[in-house]
Design a protein around this ligand. Structure first.
Ligand SMILES: *Cc1c(COP(=O)(O)O)cnc(C)c1O
Length: 436
């Protein structure tokens, strides 16, 4: 393919930087860590983006996993347009909120009661407040490299864009705000058991990405996931699965369905709003009852349950419940991953994958063939051993071939229903050329 010089995007970026910090409304979009500047998009359809310089680009970021049906799905867009025709916000209940809530619960039965918010950040923040209100305890346990949005007390050893900041935390968060946040290494059953044995009775909640995706894709061991359920149950702490990425992605019922483990509370986002700002938190009815107006835990939102987002979400979840949807996506991903494994063999690259999400971790060329270089990537420390410069060259090479992979070593790539075998074959060819 090859792409045009990004002249208009460069000008648009100049203009944006004069009014928006860094020119972007979310830091990773600036593409700094991969040594380039953003493309500005004018439209998206299926697996393709078109930028303002008229480059048609295959997208593997898919708005960070939102578009499992592909960009601008005809029926989802039509549902949103129809909804707008009836007014775009009421601040008074509408039936679409209940309809989408029923559909979410049908897919994820552990969300016996749920409430909609506008972003994943709000969903995790609210879930944790509920867990604290329910247990009357303060401590929150999270895992290194897991990202749960940008609430103050969660910006500790966080993944995603925070991973590009030197100590993986944020300035502007007072120490006092994080004094109840405890961080443990991911996939480390012993550390988890040891912490709970000592402090479990003071823990309000354990929150995790059941399959981590914000330090690159890192798959949990079955033993680890089981242990999260066991220790929380034993000590009366609330187990929160942050399925903002994995919900409706790894199965209709998310990671909890795929792995057969039932948390007390769940957060979903990204896919659930069909490309509009919506997310949800929910869980056991007895826990969710602490929320106002039934209980003493306050949580609210002017645009929460927005009718346009609800309509897009309803149509998205309807399409996802078509028989065979996930089987087809999984089979297509299997075929792609099998070829990808052959391409990267012996090249100092680790491939992590779960369902339709994957990350390639680039390792430094090691003249001694150090065994550490091809050890599996199981936690944040492993992902941090990646060669960022090599990843940046790979990103730029893929972009020059008309493919936008997720622009950081600490992010996942997403295959959608619109990534045909033909598109995936072109991507494989481009990966083979790019890593040479
Ligand atoms: C994206 C994400 C969030 C934050 O969601 P926003 O909508 O960006 O606020 C939280 N948790 C996980 C696991 C995510 O992937």
């Amino acid at each position: 393919m090859g792409i045009n010089e990004r002249i208009k995007s460069a000008a648009a970026f100049e203009r944006a930087q004069k009014v928006i910090p860094g020119g972007v409304n979310s830091p990773v979009r600036a593409l700094r860590s991969v040594g380039t500047t953003p493309l500005f998009v004018k439209e998206a359809k299926g697996a393709y983006l078109t930028d303002i310089d008229n480059n048609r680009i295959i997208d593997f970021c898919m708005s960070w996993g939102v578009f499992i049906l592909g960009h601008n799905n005809d029926r989802v867009s039509q549902a949103a347009v129809d909804a707008v025709g009836h007014g775009s916000s009421y601040g008074i209940p509408c039936e679409a909120e209940t309809t989408l809530a029923e559909k979410v619960r049908e897919a994820i039965p552990s969300m016996e009661r749920l409430r909609f918010v506008n972003s994943g950040t709000e969903a995790t923040m609210s879930a944790i407040r509920v867990a604290r209100g329910y247990t009357g305890r303060d401590i929150l346990v999270k895992f290194e490299g897991n990202y749960h949005g940008h609430a103050d007390h969660l910006l500790v050893a966080a993944g995603s864009g925070v991973a590009n900041i030197s100590n993986a935390s944020s300035a502007g968060v007072p120490d006092g705000f994080v004094k109840y946040t405890v961080v443990l290494p991911y996939n480390d059953v012993e550390a988890l058991r040891a912490y709970f044995a000592e402090n479990g009775d003071r823990v309000a909640a354990l929150i995790l990405e059941p399959v981590a995706c914000n330090m690159g894709v890192v798959v949990p061991t079955e033993e680890f996931l089981k242990a999260t359920r066991e220790v929380t149950e034993k000590h009366g702490a609330v187990l929160i699965f942050d399925e903002v990425i994995t919900g409706f992605r790894l199965a209709r019922g998310g990671a909890q369905q795929r792995y057969g483990i039932t948390p007390d509370m769940t957060t979903v986002g990204k896919i659930v709003g069909g490309g509009f700002p919506a997310a949800a938190f929910g869980g056991r009815a007895d826990i969710m009852r602490v929320l106002a107006p039934e209980g003493p835990v306050y949580q609210a939102g002017t645009l929460s349950g927005n009718p346009v987002a609800m309509a897009a979400g309803i149509e998205t979840l309807t399409q996802l419940s078509a028989p065979g949807f996930y089987e087809t996506l999984e089979a297509r991903s299997d075929r792609f991953i099998a070829s990808l494994e052959k391409i990267i063999a012996g090249k100092g690259i680790q491939l992590n994958r779960c369902g339709s999400m994957f990350t390639l971790f680039f390792r430094s060329a090691s003249p001694l063939g150090s065994s550490k270089n091809d050890a599996p990537v199981r936690n944040f420390q492993d992902t941090k051993r990646s060669d960022q410069e090599r990843f940046a060259r790979y990103f730029r090479s893929m972009l020059s071939r008309g493919i936008y992979v997720s622009p950081s070593q600490f992010e996942g790539n997403f295959i959608s229903a619109t990534h045909t075998d033909e598109i995936l074959d072109y991507v494989l060819e481009s990966i083979a050329q790019s890593i040479e």
